[in-house]
Ligand binder design. Structure first.
Ligand code: FES
Ligand code: FES
Length: 196
């Protein structure tokens, strides 16, 4: 009987199965909340993970298959599920995450402030993605109907279930002073942080 081999193959070794060969790194360069970002990433790295690696920790990974909406960011102004995109697909794009909403001094933008006053967040896990979808909505339609707000929120699963407070916050903002996120003030300037 011959000697048994002790060598392992990638099939035997889970770590080896998931390891990326060192050569398989691609560069992706995009604008993140107004600043340029350049990352060397594995070809299959998700945009969610790349954003978190770049410091945008408000982008949450929930279901990681496009259902819950927690990972929503704006890509060239449009809401996208960052868990359904590869980091390399963001190359050359403008990405906005929830970190873009508050001003540099930490003051909240009008939508965040309305959420705060109406208790529109509970644990906060889903909130970053929801704020980005609603930001896109308010840029498109500064005074959306309740039906449109509800329709937007359909794309987000909040396990704490406080949807009504979110709706109240948006409707108050839509009907009140301050204007939608990103809207110029009377003097032509915009309040809030980059990408607001
Ligand atoms: S983590 Fe992307 S949709 Fe749930
Ligand atoms: S606030 Fe907790 S999951 Fe939405």
């Amino acid at each position: 009987m011959g000697a048994e081999s002790t060598s392992t193959t990638p099939r035997d070794d889970p770590a080896a199965q998931h390891a990326e060969p060192a050569a398989e790194r691609l560069e992706t360069t995009f604008e993140l909340n107004g600043s340029g970002v350049r990352l060397e990433v594995a070809p299959r790295m998700l945009l969610t993970d790349a954003l978190r690696q770049a410091g945008a920790h408000g982008t949450r990974a929930g279901c990681e298959h496009g259902v819950c909406g927690a990972c929503t960011v704006l890509l060239d102004g449009e809401p996208v599920r960052s868990c359904l995109m590869l980091a390399v697909q963001a190359d050359g794009c403008r990405v906005e995450t929830v970190e873009s909403l508050a001003a540099a001094d930490g003051s909240l933008d009008p939508l965040q402030d309305a959420f705060h006053r109406h208790h529109g967040l509970q644990c906060g896990f889903c909130t970053g993605g929801i704020l980005m979808s609603l930001t896109a909505l308010l840029r498109e339609d500064p005074a959306p109907s309740e039906a449109l707000v509800r329709d937007t929120l359909q794309g987000h699963l909040c396990r704490c279930t406080g949807y009504q407070q979110m709706i109240d916050a948006v409707l108050e903002l839509a009907g009140g002073a301050g204007g939608p996120p990103g809207a110029p003030d009377a003097d032509g300037s915009t309040a809030g942080g980059a990408g607001r």
